[in-house]
Write a protein that binds this ligand. Structure first.
Ligand SMILES: Nc1ncnc2c1ncn2[C@@H]1O[C@H](COP(=O)(O)OP(=O)(O)OP(=O)(O)O)[C@@H](O)[C@H]1O
Length: 249
């Protein structure tokens, strides 16, 4: 495995009883890349990424995160990765400031550094005006942004987001997209799943499509078009074409 890649996954398998949700997944994602992992419902995206984030154990396979073996050195791997689920949990009784200070403390971020990062994240995500209000009255989108700030406070090298834009209004979605692009410009690797294909098309450097727990197609938008789609086709056209071809095979 290459120590230079943000993520290398080889032969990943996950079974739930007799059902194989991830079936020999291979992925290589470079540092500083924004990678969109797409696939139909139930394709195995969340399961695969939960394994990478250390929340599930695989039945087979190898995972390297920034050169760290995920399975052999889980504590070191956990320090460089952040996982944001589609319905993140934030503590209702805490304010965003208290929540971010708490998370920074868990990661043992030095206090002045943590405060600087916290204030910058609150500003970028347009949360400053609610920074001292308890999260209990917050909308889903606001909670998602607080959780995203929490995921970033220890400055992970690899950020994995499951459906980060679902349920966000246009302005909130823009803040999140800008934050992700800014992180990627600074060398952070971002992997996201989304069913909003225009977002994947516009934001990502590369796109992978999985079906039945396997990678069936991967590349830049230009490369995906070369794979048979007509000139000017959108990611939605490519995606539907790939899935239809796989189903027919
Ligand atoms: N804990 C579990 N127990 C049993 N089956 C599971 C479990 N978690 C996931 N699965 C099954 O594994 C398959 C893959 O699920 P997963 O959530 O990874 O798909 P996904 O690609 O993220 O789908 P979606 O786009 O709908 O979120 C599905 O058939 C799902 O029902």
């Amino acid at each position: 495995m290459s120590g230079h890649d943000a993520l290398v996954v080889r032969g990943l398998v996950k079974r739930f009883g007799g059902f194989t949700a991830v079936n020999g997944l291979d992925l290589s994602i470079r540092r500083g890349e924004l990678y969109a992992l797409l696939g139909p419902n139930g394709a195995g995206k969340t399961t695969s990424l939960r394994i990478v984030a250390g929340l599930l154990s695989p039945d087979a396979g190898e995972i390297s995160i920034c050169g760290i073996n995920r399975l052999r050195d889980p504590v070191a791997a956990k320090r460089v990765v952040a996982w944001l689920p589609d319905e993140p949990m934030v503590y209702d009784k805490l304010t965003p400031v208290e929540y971010l200070d708490f998370v920074a403390g868990l990661w043992q971020v030095e206090a002045t550094v943590g405060k600087r990062r916290r204030d910058a994240l609150l500003e970028t995500l347009d949360l400053t005006r609610v920074a001292d209000q308890r999260c209990e009255g917050f909308s889903k989108g606001m909670r998602q942004k607080v959780a995203l700030a929490g995921a970033l406070i220890h400055e992970p090298a690899l950020l994995i987001l499951d459906e980060p834009l679902t349920g966000l209004d246009a302005s909130m979605a823009r803040h999140v997209k800008e934050l992700l692009q800014e992180r990627v410009a600074n060398g952070v690797t971002v992997i996201l799943t989304t069913h909003i294909l225009e977002v994947a098309e516009r934001l990502s450097d590369r796109i992978g499509i999985i079906r039945n727990g396997r990678l069936v197609c991967e590349g830049t938008m230009a490369q995906l078009r070369e794979g048979g789609a007509s000139e000017g086709s959108t990611l939605e056209d490519v995606f539907l074409d790939v899935v239809a071809r796989e189903e027919a095979a």
